[in-house]
Design a protein around this ligand. Structure first.
Ligand SMILES: NC(=O)c1ccc[n+]([C@@H]2O[C@H](COP(=O)([O-])OP(=O)(O)OC[C@H]3O[C@@H](n4cnc5c(N)ncnc54)[C@H](OP(=O)(O)O)[C@@H]3O)[C@@H](O)[C@H]2O)c1
Length: 341
């Protein structure tokens, strides 16, 4: 099996468009703007979109908007053929200057650091969507959200479907529901086509739940199994689904769960890493039965199953550590089950 051995190989893998995305680019009218592009998912999504457009042979532009706190991201995006615009989405006067485009992916948000600065999180997750929803009322909008808007549940349920009423725990999750409500309000008021993209744990090899468990095993630290189960999806699949979701945005706003098909026990993953990395595995924490779990059956019926399997993700992650692959140093804190981030 081929494993990505360096970041260039990993970025290439993440930006490999499937035939479904290429076909969609041929159908989709107009340019695509990604708001909050300069993050873990956005950079690779921008490149994926450009690759799909080029292979489709169409002339669409991809525009990436962020503050570009890290200028390296902007440099890469420009190199890949993405037009960049620096904008603070909390600056209403700057948002109204953004060019109109038919397709918008909203992925700016704030999670970590919420505890103690709750007002900032609410501003970023609710006020910025209000400015964006108002300005882009004529566009289709895929608004990133999270599975954390649902109540915590047990593994036996198979995860929350879109039919479960949101019941978010803590300020971060509540503000994410606030973001959804604002986009839903815009959809109701202006007829804006909106899709609420309720994502649970995208990963690439530099960050994510698998990375965090693998890092604990690799460094002979006990694995935290406070939250006993989780869902995970390869970032390349999550990004592909997000772009494809543009075609499913509607009014009223459409909620859609996005994650992988498995409800995965933490201990199963830890033991697999123990075998692959030849390390003993130990645990810390008091296992509870309540977790953030999503059921993404509806997304699979629309887009098909993810192209990347769980087993392959586990093997690639183990190899990444064994080969000294880089970590972003951004832990997911998937072990949190009290809503405090
Ligand atoms: N990754 C996951 O597994 C996961 C799971 C559930 C939900 N989500 C949500 O999905 C979205 C994308 O995830 P991600 O992991 O790529 O997030 P991320 O790494 O935090 O990236 C989001 C980017 O948005 C930009 N941004 C933040 N505030 C902004 C502002 N005021 N104006 C303009 N841009 C701003 C930031 O770049 P600049 O500093 O350059 O502006 C940031 O890097 C996030 O909203 C996240 O909460 C992710």
């Amino acid at each position: 099996m081929d494993y990505p051995l360096n970041e260039e190989m990993l970025d290439n893998l993440l930006a490999d468009p499937g035939s479904d995305l290429i076909e969609m680019m041929k159908r989709l009218p107009g340019d695509i703007m990604i708001l909050g592009i300069n993050g873990k998912m956005g950079l690779t999504m921008g490149r994926l979109a450009v690759n799909a457009i080029r292979t489709a042979g169409c002339s669409k532009q991809v525009i990436g908007v962020s503050r570009f706190s890290d200028p390296e991201g902007r440099r890469k995006l420009e190199e890949w053929g993405i037009r960049t615009i620096a904008c603070d989405l909390l600056d209403r006067n700057a948002v109204v200057e953004l060019p109109q485009v038919p397709n918008v992916i909203f992925m700016a948000g704030r999670k970590f650091g919420t505890d103690g600065a709750e007002d900032l999180t609410w501003a970023m997750n609710v006020l910025a969507p209000a400015y964006v929803g108002e300005h882009f009322k004529e566009s289709r909008i895929v608004a990133f959200s999270t599975g954390c808007v649902y109540p915590l549940t047990s593994a036996e349920t198979g995860g929350c479907t879109e039919a479960v009423t949101p019941e978010p725990v803590g300020d971060y999750s509540q503000s994410c529901l606030g973001r959804e409500r604002i986009f839903s309000y815009c959809s109701r008021t202006y007829g804006t086509r909106v899709l609420l993209f309720r994502l649970n744990y995208a990963i690439d090899l530099r960050y994510g739940v698998l990375h965090d468990i693998a890092e604990q095993v690799w460094n002979n630290r006990p694995v935290n199994n406070t939250v006993g189960h989780f869902n995970v999806i390869w970032q390349g699949d999550a990004n592909r689904y997000a772009l494809r979701a543009l075609e499913y945005a509607g009014s009223p706003a459409v909620p859609l769960n996005i994650t992988g098909p498995e409800t995965i026990p933490v201990e199963y993953i830890a033991e697999k890493f123990g075998e692959l990395m030849e390390r003993p595995v130990s645990y810390t924490g008091t296992p509870g039965d309540k977790c953030y779990l999503n059921n993404a059956a509806k997304a699979f019926s629309l887009f098909g199953y993810p192209r990347m399997s769980l087993e392959k993700m586990i093997e690639m992650q183990a190899e990444w550590f064994k080969n000294g692959g880089r970590s972003l140093g951004k832990p997911t804190h998937f072990e949190v089950n009290n809503g405090k981030f």
